[in-house]
Design a protein around this ligand. Sequence first.
Ligand code: OFO
Length: 183
Amino acid sequence: MNKNRLSKTMTAALNAQMTKEAHASQIYLSYASWAEHHSYNGVANFLFRHAQEERNHMMKILEYILKRGAEVKITAVPAPHANPESLNKCFEKIFEHETDNTKEVYRLVKLSFEEEDWATWNFMQWFVKEQVEEETMAMNLLDKIKIAGGEKLSGNDLYSFDRDLESAPDDARAAQDVTADRP
Ligand code: OFO
């Protein structure tokens, strides 16, 4: 008896996304190490935490594939991109990476819609919301860097930016959670 509840195409697409989340984790890990090496300890702390978050995303997909009775395929994870040349570039690259990932998430949502696989469609909504939060987080950090001098970020502004990131939350607050009392 076949208990697999995912199509072949969907299984392959979810496995590919699982590997992409592992790749994202490696990217954050590598940027975090770069930041720590340059003594941006607050930035490093934030990025190390985020590497872990991406690993959690990978696990969510892995678990979902198994729960739907399909096969998980663990493959090699591509190497992360080259290290950034500056903090500004670091967060530009992160923003680009997150918007690329959003496209992949949308592709999966579209596929689940076309296949009328409503369980996967529902599962993927978590990732849609998460991507909005992650894009917002990257946008906000880029804005902060821009205000503090962009490529010229240094001195007190750099110190404050780095210190703030040490205690910054992992995700931006979703628009859905905002109220008039708590804008
Ligand atoms: Fe950066 O987000 Fe995973 O999905």
